[in-house]
Design a protein around this ligand. Sequence first.
Ligand code: SF4
Length: 213
Amino acid sequence: MEGQVQEKIKFTGCIISVQPRSNVWRYRLDNRTHSMTGYNLFMVGRAAGEERQFSVAISEKQQGKLRFHIGDEVSGTAWTKKYAKWEYADYYRAGSLKKLASSLLVDENKVPPWIGEVPELAVYDWRGCRMLDTRSYKGKCFTCKWACMANVTIEYNWGVSQKFRFESFCYGPKNCKLYKMGKPRAVPYKGESPSYDEGWLDDICTERRGDDD
Ligand code: SF4
């Protein structure tokens, strides 16, 4: 696949959501592997000279140091994507990150969406996730620290070709009243009818926790 030429850009913005960033690998229905790779900061502000909403991928180390949360004013640099289909965030390889103004730390609220500070990636790994309806992700769940739009690679023809897409997931409590799975997700494989991920992989991914964890 031919990549795009990358450019370094500057940004400043106000954070509207902090979510985990993950890569997911799918193979037919047998395998759905989630790897946490950092966090995505969603912001409203100025990036590459334009006023708009945008997102920047940052590392766990950067998040650990600056502890970004909703309402913070942030500046930094980042790079445009080489492969747009592989990365949900608009920009990645963030650098020179600064918190220009800090919003008041939000105590964990009593009702969803959960907008307290994001935990370490090991917590997400331990919890595992369920498929989350895309409309819920874009709507009421968007500010939640348990929401995630993953970069998904589908092994389409083993060792020969792959397909790429983005999928929304929820790492939150199983009894969250805002949760909706959405439609089963087709997992294509060359020369075969697609299999459908109807939710039982979610049960396996989250088997360590009970309904209210
Ligand atoms: S469904 Fe999941 S992502 Fe949405 S508010 Fe509840 S815990 Fe958060």
